[in-house]
Design a protein around this ligand. Sequence first.
Ligand code: FES
Length: 122
Amino acid sequence: MAEKKQHTVGKTTDFPVGKFKIIDIGGREIGIAQLKNGEFRAVRNVCPHKGAPVCKGPIVGTHLPSAVGELIYGRDGEVLACPWHGFEFDLLTGDELIQSGKPTKLLMFPVAVENDNVVVTL
Ligand code: FES
């Protein structure tokens, strides 16, 4: 397995809140986004379902568990919706929100902010 390296991908201001910016790092497309809570996420731009460029999907919320006949929207800015089939992924954990069979998970990489630089390790 290749040794992990740190990659400075830009300043924090280069990443608008709630939208992925897709960057090539060593031949791999990585989506980097700043969440509403100020945390950053780095996600491989491949959906674990069927391989869509998942980071081109919107960062949204979801419908929370609720009573029959109720629709309660929540978790705004914490969920990535795949642009192909609409699977929703929790950007706090990478997990698919509704397990539709075999569990799937986003491939996420550590991100740090150092002196206003965004640094991804992969
Ligand atoms: S490829 Fe992403 S939900 Fe199907």
